[in-house]
Design a protein around this ligand. Structure first.
Ligand code: NAD
Length: 282
């Protein structure tokens, strides 16, 4: 049996169309401020993609593109201005920041009600407490939507995550735990990962190692979510060896066309929600 393809591109397109229709009924356009420090190639592409996707559905963006050697104080001042500016609904700081800048101090400066990346400790803390944060990080939020489409009742499922980063693995683990899953978080120092992944009803790979997960790592008929974006001989691939596992799994997200498009769609969703929060409609 060949695995069902979990089509993130299609789901993301539906989310964007629904948002576009809702935004068309607003009196003014939601606005997203994007702070980018330096000229990291990947960051430049990600920011351009976010701006393009926002424009397509009627969200305005304002890009603060700052030189690599920008002082922390300057970034804080821009965030303070955006926090005060009632025309700005959402603020994101493109990561990674140059090494001389303290990422936590910068993120913590953003008002939780404008933190559409969901990285502020208020929002992560509320998630941790199983209360309603203003925002949940876009990648885990998009992954949850894809998983729940294929597995509406998550209670008691055995889920293994490969990768424990602040932007993917940790918030996703909390979201899954809040849905009554049994969650194992593995990382670079985990011993015998395979023994854990072989028991996973749902396996999420978010480690950035091209084609790490092979057929003998997975449980037959499991759901596989591939977050990785890697290059293998110039071709984009995930952390899961798609061709190797496709006849053994029940469902799998492709790379590209799986989690990636959902991340952008969820950022747009969060920006729309920020507009509603600031207009006291949510
Ligand atoms: P990160 O570098 O911050 O974290 C990687 C995690 O994987 C760490 O916890 C590390 O310990 C673990 N890890 C690394 N090598 C491992 C190995 N061999 N075995 C087990 N664990 C290992 O990375 P990140 O920002 O979480 O991103 C992970 C991957 O997901 C990258 O390929 C990134 O490009 C991709 N990503 C995709 C999206 C998307 O929208 N599709 C969003 C964010 C990240």
């Amino acid at each position: 049996m060949t695995a069902q393809i979990i089509n993130g591109k299609e789901t993301a397109a539906q989310v964007r169309t629904e948002l576009k229709n809702k935004i068309a009924t607003l009196n003014s356009a939601p606005k997203l401020a994007i702070i980018l420090v330096g000229n990291d190639d990947s960051s430049l592409i990600y920011v351009r993609n976010k701006q393009k996707a926002a424009a397509e559905i009627g969200i305005e963006t304002e890009l603060y593109h700052l030189p690599e050697n920008t002082a922390e104080q300057t970034v804080w001042e821009i965030i303070d201005d955006c926090n005060r500016n009632t025309d700005v609904n959402g603020i994101i700081v493109q990561l990674p920041l140059p090494a001389h800048l303290n990422t936590h101090k910068i993120i913590n400066r953003i008002l939780p009600t404008k933190d559409v990346d969901g990285f502020h400790p208020y929002n992560t803390g509320m998630l941790h407490n199983n209360e309603k944060p203003y925002f949940i990080a876009a990648t885990p939020l998009g992954i949850m939507k894809l998983i729940q489409q294929h597995c509406p009742n998550l209670s008691g499922k055995n889920v293994v995550l490969i990768g424990a980063s602040l932007i993917v693995g940790r918030p996703l683990a909390t979201l899954l735990l809040n849905q009554e899953c049994t969650v194992s978080i593995t990382h670079i120092h985990t011993r015998n990962i395979k023994e854990l992944t072989q028991k996973a009803d749902i396996l999420v790979a978010a480690c950035g190692v091209a084609k790490l997960v092979k057929a003998d790592w997975i449980k037959p008929d499991s759901i596989l979510i591939d977050v990785g974006i890697n290059r293998d001989n110039g071709k984009i691939c995930g952390d899961i060896d798609f061709d190797d596992v496709v006849d053994k799994a029940a469902a799998i997200t492709p790379v590209p066309g799986g989690v990636g498009p959902m991340t952008i769609a969820m950022l747009l969703q969060n920006t729309y929600d920020a507009f509603l929060i600031q207009h006291s409609a949510l």
